[in-house]
Write a protein that binds this ligand. Structure first.
Ligand SMILES: Nc1ncnc2c1ncn2[C@@H]1O[C@H](COP(=O)(O)OP(=O)(O)OP(=O)(O)O)[C@@H](O)[C@H]1O
Ligand SMILES: [Mg+2]
Length: 330
């Protein structure tokens, strides 16, 4: 699927806003990004989902021209970002993972500073800054110094700084990590609104709920590689639309191997359909209600105590689990 997308993207002029092909980054002997390929169309909201250390920030930093890749191509329309990062940056807005603001300056002064960096001045700068303050919901706090802001408010100023020059492509690197729920919701709504107004978004996160809420298409990244890519529907179909039955067992009462042996006999294939992590037994099945009764009966018959049972519809976490055997937040 990746291959086809990229060939299509590079072959047809102006279909894709961004085309990343076989991107690699080594830090010494360590390969942080190992052959990443994907495309983003104009107007799209594309999610890059992956656990800590997957290589998201490293990829984003190369795409935004912060540092060059070890090899690979990145094109923004016909601009080669690797060779001409400055030119590409004129139409890209970046919200980096680390907040970068002048603590002693007010929100408004910070935004003005960034606006001048994008060559805005005078009335244009003023209008742009006021519009952005409104957008990020900080008009009332515009004159307060950033040092007194909550983490979420600082993050909102950071987002404001990235959109002052009305970029065509907004790239956000985990913009909601470690902030209060109110700011988080505000940020998600702001991103949604910007996308509806036509801005193309690349949204990086390890929270699958955010990516599911915001993004039409998702690349799942692990150990520096895209392990799945497509629309949410494509990805759900790729795991056969299977729900997850999660059964929490009482630790003292069961033998993992015995359960696995039994379930193997029942037709669920252990390495694909069953996962055991400590006391949590996870079974994937298209029609969970058809097997749940039998499963519980089997477990309880042998005196195993069950602490809880949950059925989860197919989601991005299930896909990651099925592909890697790990959970996104392990
Ligand atoms: N400058 C560097 N030098 C050496 N190793 C690095 C450097 N930057 C990143 N790495 C390593 O590359 C891997 C990918 O890191 P990266 O920050 O891109 O992950 P991430 O997906 O953004 O993770 P997180 O969700 O924690 O932000 C990690 O193992 C990290 O330790
Ligand atoms: Mg990161």
């Amino acid at each position: 699927m990746i291959e086809r997308e990229v060939r299509h993207g590079l072959g047809v002029v102006n279909v894709n806003l961004l085309a990343v092909q076989d991107l690699r980054k080594n830090f010494g002997q360590f390969e942080a990004v190992k052959g990443l390929s994907f495309t983003v169309e104009k107007g799209e909201s594309f999610g890059l989902l992956g656990p800590n250390g997957a290589g998201k920030s490293t990829a984003i930093n190369m795409i935004t021209g912060l540092f060059p890749p070890t090899s690979g191509e990145i094109r923004l329309r016909d601009i080669d970002i690797v060779r001409r990062p400055k030119q590409a940056q004129k139409t890209i807005g970046v919200v980096p993972q680390e907040i970068a603001l002048y603590q002693e300056m007010s929100a408004k002064e910070n935004l003005k500073f960034w606006g001048r960096m994008y060559n805005l001045s005078g009335k244009k700068l003023e209008i742009s800054v006021d519009g952005v303050l409104e957008m990020i919901g900080l008009t009332d706090r515009a004159r307060d110094k950033v040092a007194d802001f909550s983490g979420g408010m600082k993050r909102r100023v950071n987002i404001g700084a990235a959109i002052l020059h009305q970029p065509e492509l907004l790239i956000m690197d985990e913009p909601t990590v470690g902030i209060d729920p109110q700011s988080r919701n505000h940020i998600l709504e702001t991103v949604k609104r910007l996308n509806h107004e036509g801005m193309t978004i690349i949204y990086t996160s390890h929270y699958m709920e955010e990516v599911e809420y915001l993004c039409e298409r998702v690349g799942i990244i692990d150990h520096g590689q895209v392990i799945a890519i497509g629309t949410l529907r494509d990805l759900r179909e790729s795991i056969g639309d299977r729900s997850r039955i999660m059964i929490m067992l009482d630790g003292e009462t069961f033998n993992q191997q015995e359960i696995i042996n039994h379930l193997e006999g029942s037709g669920l294939s252990v390495d694909k359909d069953i996962l055991f992590k400590e006391n949590l037994l996870t079974a994937f099945h298209k029609e969970p209600q058809n097997i749940l009764g039998g499963l519980i009966q089997y477990l309880t018959r042998d005196g195993i105590k069950i602490s809880s049972v949950e059925i989860v519809e197919p989601n991005l976490e299930s896909i990651f689990l099925q592909l890697t055997g790990r959970s996104l937040r392990d």
